[in-house]
Design a protein around this ligand. Structure first.
Ligand code: FAD
Length: 404
């Protein structure tokens, strides 16, 4: 049996970010155990948009705490992009309206938002076409706001780069091993045991298990109030899209669009479905496969997006899906489990884990080591904030506040 200063179960963006920050705080002997490999599960489906969502684009309840996480993460990826090829693009976030109604409902309020970045720009149709290097048809848009500091990354290489840094600094990865149970000594965690019977010992354990968080928590009689969805993204053929295209959000269509290797990458709510509405039984560490959601996505927006990007070839070249984990209050879960000494949680990504992951990893690491917490009020993210129990994920979904 090997012993570690800290064990992290789950090697997505959350788990590896926590490992990295544990090391930054002097705890080098960390172990990350994953049923799969770094950044392959939901993180591997992530579209890689990173921005100041709390400044009027994220859920209404997000505020200074979420913004502080976003600002730290943007700088984290900027620094990481200098050391490794994570396909970082410093191209800004464009929040676009195609109609006046869309502008009045979603875009104008962003200009008035209390957390609006000082360098925000307001763009008319001509300026939008110019910013996109002619890729967007000016006749198809009404107006936009532009956050120049927003970025995009490629998720799996980003997690791999973080993992490489952790391993180079003396950390350990065990891939392809599924943790079955926690080892306990009374009310204290002492390690984990995998399905293959391997035991790893530590008095500090972080569960960063994404969509499978409640599976492992069930072994200690705990359930988080989470609601999981299958989300789809597609990539078109490589043509007609400049590499400097900003990441684009169109709230009135629930759409997000960016450049990927010369083509468009995009998704909308038409490619989403709650797991309870699907025949859902996803092996740990894998990504789902529901082609019908790709069909509903393309049927809903292909024609409209073709008018918006007349030069792009939108024939679907590849697609993938992942399982974001929403929480009943729409914000993240990061902190200790009060009933079990040494056990910490990091999950509830609310489909924004690529953006917030690095900073949440730092928050988890600081709490695991009992250090002062940087930039945020940890109470907002504490697992202990949930006092109501819900019958199932549908009940959690019903209790969630509307996004805006
Ligand atoms: C289509 C799509 C687009 C998205 N776009 C964006 C975006 O543009 N920007 C953004 O910020 N976010 C985006 N997201 C959300 C983002 O991808 C997630 O928030 C993030 O990846 C969650 O990371 P995670 O580490 O919690 O989960 P995961 O990446 O799923 O990692 C959890 C890991 O835990 C492991 N695991 C679980 N249980 C066990 C166990 N018992 N033993 C061992 N290992 C275990 C799994 O193998 C897995 O590797 C998107 C998501 C999707 C699906």
């Amino acid at each position: 049996m090997q012993s570690y200063d800290a064990i992290i179960v789950g090697g997505g963006i959350f788990g590896w970010s926590a490992a990295y920050h544990l090391q930054q705080l002097g705890c080098t002997n960390v172990l990350v155990v994953d049923a799969s490999a770094p950044g392959i599960a939901t993180t591997g489906a992530g579209a890689g948009f990173v921005g100041a969502w709390a400044a009027g684009f994220g859920p209404a309840g997000w505020g200074q705490n979420e913004l502080a996480l976003e600002e730290y993460s943007i700088e984290f990826y900027r620094a990481l992009g200098k050391r490794a090829d994570i396909q970082l693009r410093e191209n800004g976030n464009l929040f676009l309206a195609r109609t006046k109604a869309g502008y009045d409902a979603y875009i104008a309020p962003m200009l008035r938002h209390a957390l609006t970045p000082p360098d925000i720009q307001s763009l008319d149709a001509g300026a939008i076409a110019e910013l996109s290097d002619g890729a967007i048809a000016a006749t198809e848009v009404y107006g936009a706001t532009y956050h120049p500091r927003g970025i995009q990354v490629h998720t799996t290489p980003a997690v791999q780069a973080i993992a490489d840094a952790v391993l180079a600094a003396g950390g350990t990865a065990v891939n392809g091993e599924q943790v079955a149970t926690l080892l306990m000594d009374g009310a204290r965690v002492t390690g984990v045991v995998t399905r293959n019977g391997h035991s790893f010992m530590s008095r500090t354990v972080l569960l960063a298990c994404g969509a499978w968080s409640n599976d492992i928590l069930a072994t200690i009689g705990m359930t988080l109030p989470i609601f999981r969805v299958v989300a789809t993204r597609v990539i078109g053929n490589a043509s007609g899209v400049p590499s400097g295209l900003p990441t684009i959000m169109i709230p009135e269509q629930g759409a997000w669009i960016r450049e990927h290797k010369g083509g468009l990458l995009w998704g909308t709510g038409d490619g989403y479905k709650a797991v309870q509405e699907l025949p859902f039984d996803l092996p740990i560490g894998t990504r789902p496969y529901y082609p019908e959601l790709v069909t509903s996505l393309t049927d809903a927006v292909q024609e409209s997006f073709q008018r918006l990007f007349p030069k792009a070839d939108l024939a679907v070249r590849e697609w993938t899906q992942g399982v974001p984990v929403y929480t009943v209050d729409r914000t993240f879960i990061a902190g200790p489990v009060t009933a079990i000494q040494g056990l910490h949680l990091l999950t509830g990504d609310n489909e924004a884990g690529v953006t917030h992951g690095p900073a949440l990893g730092r928050l988890a690491a600081e709490q695991m080591l009992g250090r002062p917490v940087s930039d945020v009020d940890p109470v907002v993210f504490a697992p202990g904030r949930f006092t109501t129990t819900y019958a199932d994920e549908a009940a959690v979904a019903r209790a969630m506040p509307p996004r805006r």
